[in-house]
Design a protein around this ligand. Structure first.
Ligand SMILES: *Cc1c(COP(=O)(O)O)cnc(C)c1O
Length: 359
């Protein structure tokens, strides 16, 4: 029998979440962000599941875009970091991809490429995140240079928010973006998941939801995924493979960081950090055993972790465990590990077998 750990990916939930994003987007198009292997959910299966529902897709890697075109995908595909060398450009043109142009170096490559087919592009404004894009002093000239290029079709103006998910919000970045990009007659693309859900004024003509498609809340401190109407797509499950009886003073796991203060029964789960479970999840992280909520104990090992069965008399070897997903939001587990659901999903290890639901 294989080790009992398994991830299930619910494609119905993915479609549900995409349709919710699309409904929020109103008349704007919604490109499903499927970078990082669809946030760990599997690029091919995510794209196949969304199929013709999606207005388009966004990712980073040219080879991935190539594979999607080979598989027959016809919708627009945006490349969120654009291209990296001149040789990428003929491929982009042939595949009909939509690269982001965020730097002087990319502009220069495009000007020298001599493309015969025209490509749509997204010109990126650095409105305050200070990662990628043209700023107050460089934007106008960059746009003018794109406009005169015969090989450039539609130019969408885009930016990305740093704090759409917190109390700061998007006000300052919106003002900066509008001052540069507003009223020029180009379509605008601003919103990630958090902005799409919180700030209708940031919808523009094209939105770029990512985490919400996978059922993670983009702002778990304000709203749970359930509050937002999102369904979990990935459920990570395993089983109890051993049970130990502890007496007061007994310790659990590496470093002995958890000490029993009285008699306890604990379960050992076949799931560890080499499966993608966060090692920084400390004692007390929620976990479901036989559908009931309990807590993890001690340090997470490479292949195992421990949980408290003291009050779960019926639980024992073979009891089903849910690490996150159905019945236990990944956002809660992430918070207990000092991270965000994005990181848990992306870190799902390749050794974990996947079951696909709703194919
Ligand atoms: C990753 C990414 C998104 C999606 O962000 P979420 O917070 O997952 O919705 C949107 N736009 C850009 C440019 C991105 O890099």
């Amino acid at each position: 029998m294989p080790r009992p750990i398994r991830a299930s990916i619910d494609l119905e939930a993915l479609r549900h979440n995409y349709l919710l994003a699309r409904a929020k987007a109103g008349s704007a198009r919604a490109f499903a962000v499927v970078k990082a292997n669809a946030y760990g959910h599997g690029l091919d299966r995510a794209v196949r599941a969304l199929g013709p529902l999606a207005d388009g897709f966004a990712l980073l890697d040219l080879a991935e875009a190539w594979a999607l075109r080979q598989a027959g995908l016809t919708q627009p595909i945006a490349l969120l970091e654009g291209f990296f060398e001149p040789a990428d450009l003929p491929v982009i043109a042939e595949l009909g991809l939509t690269p982001v142009i965020h730097s002087e170096a990319q502009l220069a490559m495009l000007e020298r490429a001599g493309l015969e087919t025209s490509i749509d592009v997204m010109l990126k404004v650095n409105s305050g995140m200070n990662r990628l894009g043209f700023n107050r002093t460089t934007f106008d000239a960059a746009l003018a240079r794109l406009r005169v290029l015969a090989c450039v079709g539609q130019i969408t103006l885009m930016t990305h928010f740093a704090r759409a998910d917190d109390e700061e919000g998007i006000g300052a970045q919106m003002a900066m973006f509008k001052s540069l990009a507003g009223g020029l007659g180009h379509p605008l693309s601003l919103a990630n998941s958090a902005a799409l859900l919180r700030f209708p004024e940031a919808t523009g003509e094209l939105v770029r939801p990512g985490i919400m498609l996978y059922g993670g809340s983009p702002m778990p401190d304000m709203y749970s995924a359930e509050d937002l109407g999102l369904m979990p797509v990935m459920t990570l499950g395993s089983e109890i493979i051993a049970v130990q009886a502890l007496a007061a003073g007994d310790r659990v796991g590496y470093g002995g960081t958890f000490e029993a203060d009285g008699p306890m029964r604990i379960g050992i789960v076949a799931c560890g950090y080499a499966d993608g479970y966060p090692r920084h999840a400390s004692t007390g992280t929620p976990i479901l055993v036989g559908g009931r909520r309990t807590r993890t104990l001690g340090r997470v090992s490479m292949d195992m972790l421990a949980c408290d069965l003291t009050h779960l008399e019926e639980a024992g070897v073979g009891s089903p465990v849910i690490l996150w997903g159905n019945g236990l939001p990944a956002d809660e587990v992430a918070a207990a590990a000092g991270t965000i659901s994005y990181e848990l999903f992306c870190a799902l290890a390749s050794r974990v077998p996947v079951t696909v639901l709703g194919d």
